[in-house]
Design a protein around this ligand. Structure first.
Ligand code: NAD
Length: 283
């Protein structure tokens, strides 16, 4: 078993991004990211802080707009519009989930697709499914980058994705299809999950359920990408895959922490730089 090391690759990407930021600064462009967070969910705050810290490390300017959970939807949209019209802001992201009283899709659709560095706007989701240029959601983008770094062939492979959310599973399905893999996507109503996972050459899991995948559900020498993030009873971060059990049987596995998580942040920075570079072209 070999590890898909997301820390090593994300650090390499961040070094390269830092270089690109320095080059942009020579053209008087400081890439800027605006993050909007609504409510005081601890996990969301942690993610936002990690994103801001990563921006600082590479020299991207970042601003966090904190809003109370009871805020009116229009106020969030007004803030997004302000950022849409701010030439110093290249990327806008709204930390999800939003409180139940707020229409998530309406808020996401308020973001200018040219600044939608999370890639959740229908325009960008559509672009990736048509293999057109657009922002690729950071987590699925990170998964593909990680597999490519280890020179894992995707063409013609049987890929099974467990989890079909709009932000992870579905865009990941499009990305694998674009690489000519054969994709099966499973979700909570999938009957006999094991029958599908056993067929996989590459298994990606994004559910949010500890030990959902065990060694009896995979074939020998499979490549496992664990996207899930959970806290176990001891308060330790773990994925959706029973790591100790599955790692004995697979060829590669991404650890949690240290796999897809750091890649997600690196790809968000990459999207922000991509957006800032458009400013240079527009000069
Ligand atoms: P979500 O709740 O939006 O979607 C979960 C998906 O899993 C749904 O499609 C649901 O149908 C499916 N599902 C639920 N129970 C299932 C079961 N028993 N069998 C098969 N499918 C089942 O979640 P999400 O936002 O896509 O996140 C999924 C996981 O990935 C979470 O643990 C989240 O924390 C993690 N995540 C990690 C990163 C990262 O950077 N590593 C980024 C985003 C999400």
């Amino acid at each position: 078993m070999k590890l898909l090391d997301g820390i090593k690759l994300s650090n390499e990407i961040k070094i390269d991004i830092k270089r690109q930021v320095q080059a942009l600064k020579k053209h008087d462009i400081t890439p800027g990211l605006a993050v909007i967070i609504v409510g005081d969910d601890t996990a969301s705050m942690t993610y936002v802080n990690m994103k801001s810290k990563a921006c600082d490390t590479v020299g991207i300017y970042s601003i966090v707009h904190k809003m109370p959970a009871n805020i009116n939807e229009q106020k969030i949209i007004d803030t997004i519009n302000m950022m849409n019209n701010n030439d110093n802001i290249d990327g806008i992201l709204v930390q999800l989930p939003l409180p139940n009283n707020i229409d998530e899709s309406k808020v996401i659709q308020a973001i200018n697709p040219q600044k939608d560095v999370d890639g959740f706007h229908p325009f960008n989701i559509g672009s990736i499914s048509l293999k057109l240029d657009g922002f690729i959601p950071a987590t699925p983008y990170g998964v593909i980058k990680l597999l490519k770094q280890y020179k894992i062939e995707l063409k013609g492979k049987n890929v099974c994705i467990v989890g079909a959310s709009n932000i992870v599973g579905k865009p990941l399905m499009s990305l694998f299809l674009n690489e000519y893999a054969t994709v099966q996507i499973c979700h909570i109503y999938t009957k006999n999950l094991k029958q599908h996972t056993l067929n996989a050459d590459i298994l990606c899991v994004a559910v949010g359920k500890i030990n959902l995948i065990t060694s009896d559900m995979i074939k020998e020498d499979v490549i496992v990408v664990d996207i899930g993030i959970n806290k176990n009873e001891q308060g330790k971060l773990v994925g959706d895959v029973d790591f100790d059990d599955v790692s004995k049987k697979c060829e590669y596995i991404s650890p949690v922490p240290g796999g897809v998580g750091p890649m997600t942040i690196a790809m968000l920075l990459d999207n922000t730089i991509k957006s800032a570079k458009k400013r240079k072209k527009d000069e």
